[in-house]
Design a binder for this molecule. Structure first.
Ligand code: GDP
Length: 355
């Protein structure tokens, strides 16, 4: 048994800052060179625990976060066209979510929609109130914790932010959630934490990472326990033509192990089940190596969850984004499992994405 990193998804209304937040997190972790840096997956970025500790410094030791959770696994394709069909699955795929709001703009249609998805799948989440640097009179402290930057703001600016936070608390209340600014939360199991941040200046991002790690450790360790030898389970992100490889699929593996030559079951657009055999499993090459090579990918014999990978296999053309991916095993009727899952999936390709 191993504990894997929680899969974290950032959701929110368009332009409220999903991409900027993910970019900031990636950038600041790349900058934290002494630690393990980041691991680039297909469609995801994994930030190891030691890197997070390095970025968060003293803050994390104060929270008494132990080393149980290996890191945070961020799905990094918000707004991706192919990802939009996954919107109903987005909440299910994630173990934890970050609901992002523009603090000056408040709740918007896609914010409510994201909330409904989180409700439906009972995904634990935090709310980030983004773009605090745009509050009138805000004094920027690049990369500072929220606590530090907040304590250095004028009283009127602090008051203005608090008023906006209370509007968010009110909206969340109408939606059936108790919430509070994170540093005033008394019970993390029953109250949603609201963390004010600026994804542009990085203010408050420390607390976002620390909070996600803390919540995962406190409430998710059981769910994150995986059997490293069990047949893999995953979700397809998208189907893609790659030069030299033909039609491939990108998938997030959230349980078990996936090996070359494994037989996998997938869902087709006709809602039939496809069984095919893995020809190769691919990962992005590390950036340094990519510069010296025409190749983009490295072949792997096997991957253990959590992993974002590309799979080359015959007959993938009609597989749908959002399809479950299951390795066939003697013990379970995988095809039946897939058919049962299909019944629960709503593929919704019409709308703009919130993921
Ligand atoms: P997404 O559609 O949710 O992925 O939003 P983006 O990350 O693309 O952000 C939309 C716009 O808001 C971009 O122009 C960003 O530069 C800007 N933006 C995002 N976060 C912040 C922030 O914290 N402060 C400021 N001032 N602008 C931001």
């Amino acid at each position: 048994m191993k504990i894997r990193s929680p899969i974290v998804s950032v959701l929110g209304h368009v332009d409220h800052g999903k991409t900027t937040l993910l970019d900031y997190i990636r950038g600041s972790t790349i900058a934290a060179k002494e630690a393990g840096g980041i691991t680039q997956h297909i469609g995801a970025t994994e930030i190891p625990n030691d890197t997070i500790e390095n970025i968060c410094g003293d803050f994390i030791s104060k929270l008494a976060i132990k080393d149980l959770i290996p890191g945070l696994f961020f799905i990094d394709t918000p707004g991706h066209a192919a990802f939009t069909s996954l919107r109903k699955r987005g909440g299910a795929l994630a173990d934890l979510a970050v609901l992002i709001l523009d603090v000056n703009d408040g709740f918007k249609p896609q914010t409510y929609e994201a909330l409904n998805i989180l409700k439906m799948y009972r995904t634990p989440f935090i709310v980030v109130a983004n773009k605090i640097d745009r509050l009138f009179g805000w004094e920027v402290h690049e990369g500072a914790s929220f606590r530090e930057t907040f304590s250095n703001q004028a009283k009127s600016v602090q008051q203005d932010l608090d008023n906006k936070i209370y509007e968010i608390v009110g909206e969340l209340h109408k939606e059936g959630f108790q919430s509070e600014r994170f540093d005033r939360v008394s019970n993390f199991a029953s109250q949603i934490s609201i963390i004010p941040i600026s994804a542009r200046t990085g203010e408050g991002v420390i607390e976002v990472l620390a909070m996600l790690l803390g919540l995962a450790q406190e409430y998710l360790t059981e769910q994150l326990e995986i059997d490293e030898n069990a047949p893999a389970k995953g979700t397809v992100l998208e189907i893609k033509e790659e030069t030299g490889l033909g039609v491939t699929l990108d998938a997030i593996i959230y349980d078990g192990v996936l090996r070359t030559n494994d037989e996998i079951a997938l869902m087709l657009s006709s809602e039939d089940v496809l069984v095919t055999k893995i020809r190769s499993i691919l990962r992005p090459l590390p950036l340094e190596e990519m510069r010296d090579s025409k190749k983009k990918f490295r072949k792997l014999d096997e991957v253990v969850a959590a992993a974002g990978i590309k799979v080359a296999a015959p007959h993938l053309d009609d597989v749908v984004s959002g399809s479950p991916l299951r390795v066939l095993s003697e013990d379970t009727d995988v095809e039946q499992e897939i058919l049962n899952e299909i019944d629960n999936i709503t593929i919704d390709t019409e709308d703009e994405g919130i993921l």
